[in-house]
Design a protein around this ligand. Structure first.
Ligand code: AMP
Ligand code: ZN
Length: 437
């Protein structure tokens, strides 16, 4: 049932004790880095400042800006010689975010990944295809090490080239695959173009989906298309990458591994803890990292702790699927909008295909939200009135959800440009930049 029973079922009291112990160690380690050394010395903070988990609230936050300003080695807590790998974000503007790992860090990350996959029902008898970019992006190697630790036969397929992905699946009898959710709609279309169906022509039983925001509607669609169970995987490079929080087979929230991460949910404005079960910004502290500990890192991801215990028996808290990022909210016609609100509306409509794009643009002096929506091909058979009705229906439903009226454009499948990485959901031409890259 469990990968590491003694840790996964630890009582809350014992988990708290372990966290205090590890937090102290983390501070001792962190102050070896130029950044924390200077900051903590100035503020008089040391491991002795901590006697209970709550004492963490006295410590200052760490932000992406801090990471960028102290690029590349300002957060390194070990001699460079002891590190063995770095991962870094693409970072279209300014310095990238880089995270360093020593052997211990890679080992404990692999273990967290194996634990995560096991809790989603993956076993060493599975054939696991990792449809994900390898290299600096953490989804490739992060998963690879976990899959191997678990003992599955791994297929390090990499991203893209759908025909090849399908061939690999069929040649080797892939039973589990990991991909970003926005890619799977495209993959399914290619199955169809080839006259194949994943339910009949593959042995897939599980998909692991994550690395980008998606709605419950998106998950259900993926499960339906592929005839599988799809489990949500959450992580961020600053906290290693994947393996931070993962759904168990109950699909009732993502267990966030509290022996490795200390979790706070704070009001993004006041930075005070929210009420139990309320949504706020996820703030995280590494508890088991040596090369580059991070303390009170502001992820900008918005979520909540799901109250109560999980039927699987694991004691580690569960977070809800990410509602959005505090920095991907946009304002249009005076309304605050999260892309996931629009996705939630769109994917409830059966005629809507797998892709959409929101463009914010100033048209004749008025800011407009243009929503391009792919709909199934047979809708473009010349019946303009039918398309028109659908377009009006979508317009009304989006307006009811976000309060701003969009301009809806229905397009054929494959029209919206698709890269190999995470989907771009919003292009803000008012500022001439991509909002959620
Ligand atoms: P990166 O460090 O480039 O891999 O990006 C990490 C970010 O991707 C997180 O901070 C989230 O905003 C997003 N992300 C990762 N996994 C998920 C997920 N399962 N659901 C929603 N957003 C996710
Ligand atoms: Zn569970």
């Amino acid at each position: 049932m469990y990968w590491e029973k003694e840790i996964e079922l630890l009582s809350r009291a014992d988990l708290g004790k372990l966290q205090v112990e590890r937090l102290k160690k983390t501070i001792e380690q962190a102050v070896r880095s130029p950044f924390y050394q200077e900051l903590y010395r100035r503020k008089g903070i040391s491991a002795e400042s901590i006697s209970r988990v709550e004492d963490i609230r006295e410590l200052p936050f760490t932000t992406k800006q801090d990471l960028r300003e102290h690029f590349p080695y300002g957060f390194l807590s070990l001699p460079k010689k002891e590190t063995i790998r770095l991962h870094s974000s693409s970072g279209t503007t300014g310095n990238p975010t880089v995270i360093f790992h020593n052997r211990h860090d890679i080992d404990s990350w692999a273990n967290l990944m194996a634990r995560s996959l096991y809790c989603a029902g993956v076993r060493d008898t599975d054939v696991f295809q990792n449809i994900c970019g390898y290299g600096l992006f953490t989804g490739g190697l992060g998963f690879q090490y976990g899959i191997e630790r678990l003992g599955c036969l791994s297929i390090p397929a990499g991203a893209g080239n759908s025909l090849r992905q399908i061939k690999l699946m069929r040649d080797y009898g892939t039973t589990v695959a990991h991909a970003i959710p926005s890619y799977l709609g495209r993959l399914y279309e290619v199955f169809q173009e080839e006259g194949l169906h994943p339910k009949k022509d593959t042995q897939l039983h599980t998909l692991v989906i994550g690395a980008e925001p998606h709605t419950e509607e998106q998950r259900r669609r993926i499960e339906e298309m592929f005839g599988v169970k799809a489990y949500n995987s959450f992580g961020l490079s600053e906290m290693n990458g994947p393996g931070v929080a993962f759904e168990c087979t109950e699909q009732a929230g993502l267990h966030i591994w509290e022996d490795a991460f200390l979790v706070e949910i704070l009001d993004p404005e006041t930075l005070e803890p929210v009420e139990e079960g309320e949504t706020g910004e996820l703030v995280m502290t590494t508890l088991d990292r040596q090369a580059m500990p991070l303390i009170r890192y502001r992820t900008r991801d918005l979520t909540r702790i799901i109250p109560g215990t999980c039927a699987c028996g694991r004691t580690h808290a569960r977070i809800d699927r990410i509602a959005g990022r505090s920095d991907d909210m946009f304002i249009i016609k005076g309304c605050n909008v999260f892309p996931m609100q629009v996705e939630g509306v769109l994917l409830k409509i059966p005629e809507v295909g797998s892709d959409y794009l929101i463009t914010l643009e100033n048209i004749n002096g008025i800011d407009e939200m243009i929503v391009e929506v792919e709909v199934k091909k047979d809708w473009f058979n010349g019946d303009i009135a039918r398309l028109d009705r659908l377009s009006r229906q979508i317009t009304h439903q989006i307006r009811d959800e976000v309060l701003a009226k969009p301009i809806v454009r229905l397009v054929e499948p494959g029209t919206i440009p698709k890269g190999e990485g995470k989907a771009v959901r919003v292009v803000d031409k008012r500022k001439l930049e991509i909002v959620n890259s």
